[in-house]
Ligand binder design. Structure first.
Ligand code: PAN
Ligand code: ZN
Length: 209
């Protein structure tokens, strides 16, 4: 078999916070609460607080003003990761808000494994999934209950809560996919999502090189 070309490229350093795996590899049903994103049983979880996300927002003054009022949780990820499996799944729950008009969002990443995509199935709330290919094409997919978004291999992806309620979605991918945050953290994405008069607008990111 011909190896995927990306296997020849140097890979980013592994993540520091790789979540633990579940103890059992047996079949089971995992309960997911569509309003809170609770996953039971789960094998790992983490939260991202506002203070950890300063780099991703444009308006640093607005960010600092908001942070001065308190370091709230911006989003949470809960996972069920079976041992020795090619699938893992979990939820992301994103709280609503904006910073200087820029809607709350995830860090955004490419997968380390360029041959591995993902699906996001929205459970509640409303948002946009912003996608960007390596050669600079941008796409958005609406996130709303009942819509399963397909993320092709090697497309960067970031979720954005455009509503006024938590945005909860289930994601499913290969646990070997890995997260490469570097590119998006350093350059941003080509598009940003701003709220003007309460409605989300996808606009060009003036700061993108
Ligand atoms: C998701 C994301 C999750 C948080 O599980 O990791 O929504 O987003 P960031 O990792 O970009 O902060 C996923 O896409 N996993 O591959
Ligand atoms: Zn991903």
């Amino acid at each position: 078999m011909t190896p995927h070309f990306a296997a020849l490229l140097p890979l980013p350093e592994p993540e520091e916070n790789t979540l633990p795996v579940a103890e059992s590899a047996l079949p089971l049903g995992v309960a997911i609460d569509p309003l809170t994103g609770a996953v039971e049983p789960h094998s790992g979880r983490y939260t991202k607080k506002l203070s950890e996300l300063r780099e991703i927002y444009r308006d640093k003054a607005a960010f600092d003003r908001l942070l001065a009022k308190g370091d709230a949780i911006a989003y949470e990820v809960v996972e069920y990761r079976p041992p020795n499996s090619d699938v893992t799944f979990g939820t992301t729950t994103m709280y609503p808000g904006d910073i200087g008009g820029e809607c709350y969002m995830t860090r955004g990443h490419f997968h380390v494994r360029r041959d591995m995509g993902e699906v996001y199935y929205t459970q509640s709330g409303e948002g946009l999934l912003l996608l960007e290919s390596r050669d600079g094409e941008s796409r958005t997919v609406e996130m709303k209950p009942g819509v399963c978004a397909y993320i092709p291999p090697d497309w960067g992806h970031r979720s954005i809560n455009t509503g006024s309620e938590p945005l909860v979605f289930v994601w499913v991918c290969n646990p070997a996919a890995g997260h490469d945050y570097g590119d998006i953290l350093s350059r941003g994405m080509r598009k940003i999502v701003m709220k003007t008069d309460g409605a989300p607008d996808v606009i060009d990111n003036p700061a993108h090189p």
